[in-house]
Each structure stands twice: as structure tokens, then as C-alpha cells.
Design a protein around this ligand. Structure first.
Ligand code: NAG
Length: 147
């Protein structure tokens, strides 16, 4: 039992369930994708952000009843301001994308849009980051990852 449990703990997070990545796999992908000359936030911050916004689930969506908007994808980008889903009232689509493109497995549009949010509002725009990453030790988010 113990051995099985241990195996589960060790290997379960390594499994890629379609679109859900583990922490280190995400760190590697985001590094190749975003960090080329990009210094606004560190890799550990990207990983912490994705951990607490979507738990690395590229297809995560969450509906906000107050303003009838929806948060999309690995960074939970909101349809009220940043993308178009044809159903959010008073939406502005500042990233100029379909919200569904923010769910794509290749992360390209999600990262592009997240960078725009970072430029315009800073990382404090993400509540999950403020609560769980701001002023926290972030080295554990890259711990054990071969980068
Ligand atoms: C990822 O998010 C989608 C949409 O919210 C959900 O249906 C799916 O179960 C999630 N996957 C995991 C592994 O949590």
C-alpha cells in the first residue's frame, strides 16, 4: 500500500491528461515560450500564477455571475476586458482574440495576452497571484525541475 501510494504521489502529477500539465512541464514550456528576452516577471512567477489560477489546466473556464464574464485558460483571462466569447456584456476584447484561442494547448495566444495584461495592469491584476505568490517564496515552484 505504502509503495503504491508513493508511486501515485510521484507519478500522478507527471501524467499529462490531455491538456493538464504538471508544474515542471509547464515551466519548461513557458520558458521556451515567454522568457526569450522577456524580463517583466520571473519564470517562478509564471508558474505560481498558472498554479493558482488554473492548476495548469489549459482548458479551465470559470463563469463570474456578477458581470456575466468568463475566465479562460491557464491564466484565467477574463472575457470582460481581454477576449471575445460572443456572450459577455460590454466586452472590450483588448487582446483581439477569441476566448477559445486562450484555451489552446500550444499556449501561444494565452501567453501573448497575458503579456499585454502585464504591460497594462501588472501582475497584480491576478487575484490568485496576489494571494498565493506575492511576497511568498517562489523557488519551490521550480524545485526539482530540469530546466
Ligand atoms: C480542466 O478544466 C475543464 C474546464 O473547466 C474541466 O472540465 C476539466 O475537468 C479540468 N481538468 C482537470 C484535470 O482538472
Amino acid at each position: 500500500m505504502k509503495v503504491l501510494f508513493l508511486l501515485g504521489v510521484l507519478f500522478f502529477p507527471m501524467t499529462v491528461y490531455g491538456v493538464t500539465m504538471n508544474r515542471c512541464a509547464f515551466a519548461r514550456r513557458i520558458r521556451d515560450l515567454v522568457l526569450n528576452g522577456y524580463r517583466r516577471i520571473s519564470l517562478a512567477n509564471w508558474v505560481c500564477l498558472a498554479r493558482w489560477e488554473s492548476n495548469f489546466n489549459t482548458t479551465a473556464t470559470n463563469y463570474n455571475a456578477q458581470d456575466q464574464s468568463t475566465d479562460y485558460g491557464i491564466f484565467q483571462i477574463n472575457s470582460r476586458y481581454w477576449c471575445d466569447d460572443d456572450k459577455t456584456p460590454h466586452a472590450t476584447n483588448a487582446c483581439g482574440v477569441r476566448c477559445s484561442q486562450l484555451l489552446e494547448d500550444n499556449l501561444v495566444k494565452a501567453v501573448e495576452c497575458a503579456k499585454k495584461i502585464l504591460r497594462e495592469q501588472g501582475i497584480g491584476a491576478w487575484v490568485g497571484w496576489k494571494i498565493h505568490c506575492y511576497r511568498h517564496c517562489l523557488s519551490r515552484y521550480l524545485e526539482g525541475c530540469r530546466l
